[in-house]
Write a protein that binds this ligand. Structure first.
Ligand SMILES: C[S@@+](CC[C@H](N)C(=O)[O-])C[C@H]1O[C@@H](n2cnc3c(N)ncnc32)[C@H](O)[C@@H]1O
Length: 193
């Protein structure tokens, strides 16, 4: 049997960011969750870099800290904010190389606590103001849970309106039994490309 080669959207987001990020970069995890993406980002940017993380749930901040500590990431390499990513611009005003969004709910916690389209759009706008030229925004959407479909549509519409300054890519499996997670990624264009 042939191997199944299409990646999960979360893995694809990480693969693209791994190709982009360099030691010393500043990056944002807009939805910390259990810290898997934050750990990945911290490993990409190294001890000279910084990961700034947001989540509304204290459990997410705690499990993210535990994960990074357990992997030997020094504390000065990350800072967490227990608030909505919609408040991103209050905490970050310097350019960043990348912002990761992994929407939806915290696995293992209350599935009613989900990212909300209107806050996600506010955060995406804030992210688009601080990502440097060549930098990237990745958004994994989960249309399979209540509200997730509306959020995915809002994200796709927002991405389609970003005009000439960004390369925009969608990765989505079609004809699936249930609505499948999908990835939207934007890379800020270099001048003239
Ligand atoms: C799918 S999980 C993120 C997974 C995470 N990136 C990881 O690697 O483990 C989604 C997270 O978004 C968080 N969240 C929900 N609304 C949010 C908001 N307005 N701002 C920031 N985080 C939010 C949830 O609490 C949950 O932890």
């Amino acid at each position: 049997m042939s191997p199944f080669v299409f990646p999960r959207p979360t893995a694809l987001a990480q693969a693209w960011l791994a190709a982009l990020l360099r030691p010393g970069d500043r990056v944002i995890d807009a939805t910390l969750g259990n810290g898997h993406d934050a750990l990945f980002l911290a490993q990409c940017v190294g001890v000279e870099g910084k990961v700034i993380g947001f989540d509304i749930q204290v459990e997410a901040l705690e499990s993210s800290s535990q994960l990074l500590e357990s992997r030997g990431i020094p504390q000065h390499c990350y800072e967490w904010h227990q608030c909505s990513h919609a408040c991103m611009s209050e905490y970050v005003n310097q350019p960043v190389k990348a912002v990761m969004f992994n929407l939806g709910y915290l696995p293992g916690a209350d599935h009613a606590v989900i990212t909300e389209a209107h806050e996600t759009l506010t955060a995406l706008h804030a992210a688009s103001q601080i990502v440097e030229v060549g930098g990237m925004i990745t958004i994994v959407c989960y249309p399979g849970h209540p509200g997730g479909d509306r959020e995915k549509s809002a994200v796709c519409e927002w991405a389609s309106q970003q005009g000439d300054e960004w390369h925009v890519v969608h990765f989505e499996k079609h004809a699936t039994m249930r609505p499948a997670p999908m990835l939207v990624a934007l890379q800020r264009k270099e001048r003239g490309r």
